[in-house]
Design a protein around this ligand. Structure first.
Ligand code: AMP
Ligand code: ZN
Ligand code: FE
Ligand code: FE
Length: 290
């Protein structure tokens, strides 16, 4: 029975390894009932994702994971049920993509100061077809060139925050991103909240809900947790606030994240998200209902 959904997955349009169609084929072979594509800061993979002909295909949910910042803290904002035409959202995402492209040479020159030499050809190759380049692409290059043994070492030595190759990326403001998503009828959900450096998760979720947040990611494999809050406590807070509880593997195919379908939620969650999406579409003028 196809009763499980993986609602957080990256393709090779951002920093995943597989194409959108390949992800669908894998999900189908795993008997998943639904799959959401949530690339970082780009929705360019969604046309292929929504239209690919795949045998025994799961329900597909068009999504995105926007890099935002809330009161100086990095907050990843998932958006579900992105429409095919979303000009304002696309415009904002294009700016984020562009700033990611400009960030890459900056990371390269920082790494050069550390004695790391990367050729233009290597960079072109690793970024081929990529719309939203990120640190995982740089990590891949460092592994290929033998500077580090794996992605963990790449982040630990060079790419993590405060390390010599780190360059901060541009973030959208969380409130702005929530409004942009809602204006398109897409459902805003806070991703992996326990990775955020927050003084008080509950207060933050209350504030974000007032800004129009509708859900929070509960099921997630936290290998790196910044908050000393247990996932069960997040569930209790979400329940109390009436937020939709989502989850997913955050699959990238890079060995550093869990594998596709390894973290799932009941398919009912898809219905909850769809209902919220339909409500947003039926009353766009009341974009923020709290
Ligand atoms: P960026 O958006 O370019 O700053 O890169 C952040 C992405 O790098 C995250 O979404 C993860 O996919 C990945 N990442 C972050 N930290 C690590 C780590 N320690 N090991 C492996 N991948 C990581
Ligand atoms: Zn990523
Ligand atoms: Fe994320
Ligand atoms: Fe992600």
């Amino acid at each position: 029975m196809k009763v499980r959904a993986d609602l957080h997955v990256h393709s090779n349009l951002s920093d995943g390894v597989h194409s959108p169609s390949e992800l669908l084929s894998i999900a189908s072979s795993l008997n998943l009932g639904a799959l959401a594509l949530t690339d970082h800061d780009t929705i360019d993979g969604l046309v292929e994702f929504m239209n690919a002909e795949v045998h025994g295909c799961p329900i597909r949910i068009s999504g995105v994971e926007i890099s935002t910042e809330y009161k100086g803290v990095e907050a990843h904002l998932l958006g579900y049920f992105i429409p095919t035409q979303a000009p304002k959202l696309v415009k904002r995402l294009k700016a984020l993509e562009e700033s990611r492209r400009k960030r890459f040479p900056k990371m390269r020159s920082r790494l050069e100061s550390e004695g790391i030499r990367l050729s233009d050809d290597d960079i072109d190759q690793v970024l081929q077809g990529v719309k939203a380049p990120g640190r995982p692409h740089m990590a891949k290059l460092l592994i290929q060139r033998g500077y580090v043994k794996d992605i963990e070492e790449a982040f630990h030595k060079y790419l993590g925050k405060g390390k010599p190759g780190y360059v901060k990326k541009e973030h959208a403001d969380t409130a702005e991103a929530i409004s942009l998503l809602r204006a398109e009828g897409a459902v805003p959900v806070l991703a992996h909240p326990l990775t955020m450096r927050l003084p008080d998760l509950r207060s933050t979720l209350i504030e974000l809900r007032e800004l129009g947040l509708l859900g929070v990611e509960i099921e997630y494999d936290y290998q790196h947790r910044r908050l000393d809050v247990k996932p069960g406590e997040v569930r209790a807070i979400a329940e109390g606030l009436g937020l939709i509880e989502t989850g997913g593997s955050d699959y990238h195919g890079d060995g550093a994240h869990r594998i596709l379908g390894s973290v799932t939620v009941p398919i009912q969650v898809v219905n909850n998200l769809r209902k919220a999406h339909e409500e947003l579409r039926s009353r766009p003028s009341e974009a923020i209902s709290g």
